[in-house]
Design a protein around this ligand. Sequence first.
Ligand SMILES: *Cc1c(COP(=O)(O)O)cnc(C)c1O
Length: 430
Amino acid sequence: MQYFSTNKKSSLVGFRDALFQGLAPDGGLYLPENIPILWDKLKYKDLSYPELAFEILHPYVDGEIPKLSLADICQNAFSFIVPVNKIKKDHYILELFHGPTLAFKDFAARFMARSMEYFLDNNSKELTVLVATSGDTGSAVASGFHNVDGIRVVILYPKGRVTPIQERQLTSLGDNITALEIDGSFDDCQLIVKMAFQDKDLNESIHLSSANSINIARLLPQSVYYFWAHKQISRNEPIIVSVPSGNFGNLTGGLLAKKMGLPIEKFIASTNKNDVVPEYLDSGKFQPRPSVRTLSNAMDVGDPSNLSRIQKLHNYDMKNIRNNIMGIAYTDDETIDSISKIFSENQIILDPHTAVGYAGLLDYKKEFNSMNPGVVLSTAHPAKFIESVEPAIGEKISIPKRLQHFIGREMQKIEMSNRMSDVKEFLLTA
Ligand SMILES: *Cc1c(COP(=O)(O)O)cnc(C)c1O
């Protein structure tokens, strides 16, 4: 498969180059040149999750990762359950938080780590994977890449804007993982990563790669679970999917799935008050602005990087985009109400991100009176956000073992300003 840049100025590259480059040299984002129609072939096949992932992903790495190796990567990366939980008639929750760091980012981070490991050999120069995180990406990447030979991971996270558990997950692994606590917002962290890729001397001195959703290798594995959800629901009608969104990598994975033939009637882009995309869908104008803090902190993104992919995938046609995606934004109070309501009505505990997604699905169904199966992507386990979830439901929640394990561990972090020059110096000298 060849990948092109959304800015159209860089040349086509294969999977390996797209994976390691992250951002294209012209500053654009990579997309696959042609997207094969896979649904017809997969619809009636009885496949495990790793088998389904293999079937969907192999055209994208064809000629670069042999089938047997890809099958191994999928078995290893997707070694946890992916339940689809029926809440009530036509309402489903796709639980994407059963990986080691209890958020959906594990799918992509584990696939990327194993793909990079496949390509690196003993002669390769050490690779630095740079990643900006609003909370969950960093921990998933840290866990996915921990102790992978030949790779060091440098995580940039915004000071004071991740939860205590997220911070432990980011900072306590050590070894080849370093966490930089940046005095700024997630957008500052993301900008530093983008600038690092465009910095000539830095790239001449060290081998840099990114694990943010600018990397196409993050999006590809995120298209698999849309197929999985449809197969588990096993009905013929197109599904409606509500995606709690920040950087829009998760939703863009769904757009790819739809291009691969998966019947999806509508995407609901559910956001918190960082609602530049719902606003864009409304007004037609994309106006990035500094992010504000909310309870669903992994969605506190003011300049979502995947918008250029979303536009390209719809041929830059606003009408087309609006037909496919509806945007709805919720305040923190509405998020808390959503958590309480679902708990009292259905005895289900949702984290604040998923609660935003669930509110989006309910509002969509009400407005359009749709009888199609609606699926909410549940992006994190509620125990990661215990500070807001417990008061909302008025009960204690139990913390899964793999999360408990981080509590009380020693944190190792390096404090840093939000200036690119400081991060650059660190990268060159550490
Ligand atoms: C990252 C994240 C999101 C947002 O996903 P995007 O791909 O950035 O839109 C939503 N919920 C949780 C829990 C996350 O970690």
